[in-house]
Design a protein around this ligand. Structure first.
Ligand code: D41
Length: 670
C-alpha cells in the first residue's frame, strides 16, 4: 500500500472527527450532510480495500459487530459520589450557611450551577486522547463496562480535540449524564408501538435500557445524547475551578450544557433556578433540578465529603412529578385495532403543576404484576408530557374493600367478544365495526402524519360515528356541508372550513396514504419504506407476501398484515371510494411540497425550541438550503438568542430577518 493512501486515510479520519464535532457537539456544521457522507464513504472504501488501515478510533468504528455475552464490571478510580437533595429555598440557603460556617467565611461564596439532567450517569476514560473505556455509575464504586455502547453516541468524542488551550492528559476520566431528548423519545416510543414492542415509561428508562443492550448495534439506533459535568482522575493538568473544568471539557470536544450559570452568588443561583423551573418545558430534554457547586476547587477539597456525597454540592430538585392519589375505578378504552387498554380513573391530584385524573395501566399483565386494585392508594408519576403512570400501590393503605380488576369478556362499547391471543399481551374486541374502533381509525386517518385534516377533532368524529354519518374513513369524503353544519358545536363557517380542509387533504403522498389506512404494524416509518419500494398503490396492493418480505425492514408479521389488509374486500372498496371522491396520490416519494426550493437560509444565534441541526433539517425537508455566511443570495436570516455578526450583515444588505416564531411558522410541514 502506498504512503499516499495511508496519508489520505489519516486525513479523512481527522476531517471526519472534526466535522462530527462541529455537527454533534457544537451544532454548527461547516459542510453539508452529503459532503460528510462522501468523506465517510471514501474512508470506508479505503479501509475495506486495506483492512490494515482500520484503527479502533476511526470514525467508521462506532458500532461493534458482535453482541457481548455479559457486561464486565469495573471499579471507578475515584468513587462517583451521589448528591444531597434540597426541595426548597430554605434548604439551599441553609446549605450556603453550612458551607460558609465550615470554611469560616462571612462573605459570599462563588457557586456554579447547572441543569440537572434526568438520565444515566456515566464515566468516560481517555488515555493519551483516546476513548478506552466507558462505564455506568453503578453503586458509585463499581459500574458496568459499556464502552461499545457509549462509542455509538456521536456526541462522545472517540479522540480528543487537540487545541492550544488545553494539554491532553495521559489519563482523563470524564463524568456526564446520558439522556434522550423528549421529541426523540416520543418518536422512539411511537416506532416501538408500531412494532408491537412495549413503550418506555419515560426518557430516563429509555436511555438506561438503551445503554444496557448487549448488542451495540441496537444502542446505535437509539437517539442518545450526553452532557458532561465533571471529572474523576486527571493527570498532567491542574484546574482551579469547576467553571474551568467545564471550559476545558468543552475545549477537548465534550458536550457541555450551554445553560450553565457561571460564578454567581447563592441569591443569583436562586433566580437561575426559578427561571429554569419556569422554562423547563421549553427545553428539548428533561431536567429534574439544578446542581449547585462551590466553584473553587481548593475550597471543594477543604470541604471534602460526608458519607457518600460531597459537602460542596447540592441538587436543588424541581417539585416532584410523583404524587399519591386513589384509584376510583378502572375501565377499559378500545383502540384502533380493538386493543383494550385499562385506564385508572384517579381522584384528581396536582403533579408538578398539572392536574392528573387518569393514568394508563398498559395491559392486564401490568395490573397483575403491580397488583393494582380499584380503591387502592397509588404512587403516580408524570414525566414531561408523557401520559401519567402508576408506579406502585401503597399497600399499607389497603383497607380490604379494594376490588381487583378483571378484563371484561365482552367489549364495553359494542358488546362483541373479547379475545386474547396466546402470544399477545393485549386483549382485543373482535368486531371491526365496533364504534370505538371506527372512531379511533378515523382519528388516526385524519391525524397529522396521515391526511392531516384540520378541525377533525375527537368530539366531531364521535358525533359523526354515533349519528351513523360515517362508518369508515372513506365516508368522510362524501359528507356534505349542510349535514356537517347541523352537528353540535358546528355551523356554516366551521363546516366550510372542514370541507376546505378535506379538499386540501385529498392530494396526498403514497407514504401518508398507506400510514393513514391504519394497517396493523405499519407505522409512519414502515409506510415510508413501502411507498419508497413499491412506488404506486397498485403495485403495493398487488405485492405478494414473498415480495414484501424481500424488502429490507419488512418481516413476516408486517408482510402478513399488509396482505390481509389489501385482501379484505371492504378495505378494497374503501380505497376505490376514496379514489372516486378525488383522492390523488402523489407518486413521488417524500412528497412534502418543496416550498423552500431555491431559498438559502442563514442561521445565527441559539433557538430556544430546537438545535441548529433540527432547524437545518426543517429547511432541507422543504427543499431549502442552509449556508454559513450571509450574502445577497441569502433569502432569510433566522436570528435566535445572542445572534452574531451575521445579523448585522443581513440588516446592512437588507436581507429578510425571521425570529424563531416566524421561522417555525414558515417551516411547518403539513
Ligand atoms: O446533570 C446531572 N445529572 C449531574 C449529576 C450534574 N450536572 N452534576 C453532578 N455532579 C455530581 C458531583 C458533584 C458529585 C460530581 C451530578 C452527579 N454528581 C451525580 N449524578 C449521579 C449521581 C451523582
Amino acid at each position: 500500500m502506498s504512503e499516499d493512501i495511508r496519508k489520505r486515510a489519516a486525513e479523512l479520519r481527522e476531517a471526519l472527527h472534526r466535522h462530527n464535532y462541529l455537527y454533534y457537539v457544537l451544532d454548527e456544521p461547516e459542510i453539508s450532510d452529503a459532503e460528510y457522507d462522501r468523506l465517510m464513504q471514501e474512508l470506508i472504501a479505503l479501509e475495506t480495500a486495506h483492512p490494515e488501515l482500520i484503527e479502533p478510533d476511526s470514525p467508521t468504528q462506532r458500532v461493534g459487530a458482535l453482541p457481548l455475552e455479559k457486561f464486565e464490571t469495573v471499579a471507578h478510580t475515584i468513587p462517583m459520589l451521589s448528591l444531597e437533595n434540597a426541595f426548597g429555598k430554605e434548604e439551599v440557603l441553609a446549605f450556603d450557611q453550612r458551607v460558609r460556617r465550615f470554611l469560616n467565611r462571612d462573605w459570599p461564596l462563588v457557586y456554579t450551577a447547572e441543569p440537572k439532567m434526568d438520565g444515566v450517569a456515566v464515566e468516560l476514560v481517555y488515555e493519551n486522547g483516546r476513548l478506552v473505556e466507558a462505564s455506568t455509575r453503578g453503586d458509585g464504586y463499581t459500574g458496568e463496562l459499556i464502552t461499545l455502547n457509549i462509542r455509538t453516541i456521536k456526541m462522545v468524542p472517540l479522540v480528543l480535540l487537540d487545541t492550544v488551550s488545553v494539554t491532553i492528559p495521559s489519563r482523563l476520566e470524564v463524568r456526564g449524564e446520558v439522556f434522550i431528548p423528549v421529541e426523540a423519545f416520543k418518536q422512539l416510543n411511537k416506532e416501538r408501538l408500531d412494532k408491537d414492542e412495549p413503550a418506555f415509561a419515560n426518557p430516563r428508562n429509555a436511555a438506561a435500557g438503551s445503554l444496557r443492550q448487549l448488542d451495540s448495534r441496537i444502542t446505535a439506533t437509539r437517539p442518545l445524547d450526553i452532557f458532561c459535568y465533571g471529572v474523576g482522575m486527571v493527570t498532567d493538568v491542574e484546574f482551579a475551578s469547576h467553571w474551568e473544568i467545564l471550559q476545558s471539557l468543552k475545549a477537548l470536544g465534550f458536550r457541555v450544557n450551554p445553560h450553565i450559570k457561571a460564578r454567581a452568588t447563592i441569591e443569583e443561583i436562586l433566580v437561575y433556578y426559578k427561571d429554569l423551573l419556569d422554562r423547563r418545558h421549553e427545553f428539548p430534554y428533561e431536567m429534574d433540578g439544578v446542581v449547585i457547586k462551590v466553584d473553587d476547587l481548593a475550597l471543594q477539597r477543604k470541604l471534602g465529603e460526608k458519607s457518600r456525597s460531597p459537602r460542596w454540592a447540592l441538587a436543588y430538585k424541581f417539585p416532584a412529578t410523583q404524587e399519591t392519589t386513589r384509584v376510583v375505578k378502572i375501565d377499559v378504552q378500545v383502540g384502533r385495532t380493538g386493543a383494550l387498554t385499562p385506564v385508572a380513573h384517579l381522584e384528581p391530584v396536582s403533579v408538578g403543576g398539572v392536574t392528573v385524573s387518569r393514568a394508563t395501566l398498559h395491559n392486564e399483565d401490568e395490573i397483575k404484576k403491580k397488583d393494582i386494585r380499584m380503591g387502592d392508594t397509588v404512587l403516580i408519576q408524570r414525566a414531561g408530557d408523557v401520559i401519567p403512570e402508576v408506579i406502585k400501590v401503597i399497600t399499607t393503605k389497603r383497607t380490604g374493600v379494594e376490588q381487583p380488576f378483571r378484563m371484561p369478556a365482552t367489549c364495553p362499547v359494542c358488546g362483541a367478544k373479547v379475545v386474547r391471543l396466546e402470544q399477545e399481551a393485549v386483549s382485543r374486541c373482535v368486531n371491526a365495526n365496533c364504534p370505538a374502533q371506527v372512531k379511533e381509525r378515523i382519528k388516526h386517518f385524519a391525524s397529522k402524519g396521515a391526511f392531516d385534516i384540520d378541525g377533525m377533532g375527537d368530539k366531531l368524529v364521535g358525533q359523526m360515528v354515533d349519528k351513523g354519518l360515517v362508518k369508515s374513513y372513506a365516508d368522510l369524503f362524501f359528507l356534505d356541508k349542510a349535514t356537517t353544519a347541523g352537528l353540535e358545536r358546528m355551523g356554516e363557517k366551521s363546516a366550510q372550513n372542514l370541507m376546505d380542509a378535506m379538499a386540501k387533504s385529498k392530494q396526498i403522498s403514497l407514504a401518508r396514504f398507506v400510514y393513514a389506512l391504519g394497517i396493523r404494524h405499519v407505522g409512519e416509518h414502515i409506510a415510508h419504506v413501502l411507498a419508497r419500494t413499491f412506488e404506486s398503490l397498485k403495485a403495493l396492493m398487488a405485492a405478494t407476501a414473498e415480495e414484501l418480505v424481500a424488502v429490507d425492514e419488512i418481516g413476516p408479521q408486517v408482510s402478513q398484515s399488509v396482505r390481509a389488509f389489501f385482501e379484505n374486500p371492504e378495505n378494497q372498496r374503501n380505497i376505490e371510494r376514496m379514489v372516486e371522491a378525488g383522492v390523488t396520490l402523489e407518486t413521488e416519494e417524500g412528497a412534502t411540497k418543496e416550498t423552500l426550493a431555491g431559498k438559502t437560509f442563514v442561521l445565527t444565534g441559539a433557538l430556544d425550541s430546537m438545535m441548529r441541526s433540527q432547524a437545518k433539517a426543517r429547511i432541507e425537508a422543504l427543499g431549502g438550503k442552509v449556508s454559513s455566511s450571509v450574502s445577497r443570495k441569502t433569502a432569510y436570516v433566522v436570528a435566535g438568542k445572542d445572534p452574531g455578526s451575521k445579523l448585522d450583515k443581513a440588516k446592512e444588505i437588507g436581507i429578510k430577518i425571521l425570529d424563531e416564531k416566524e421561522f417555525i411558522e414558515m417551516t411547518r410541514t403539513k
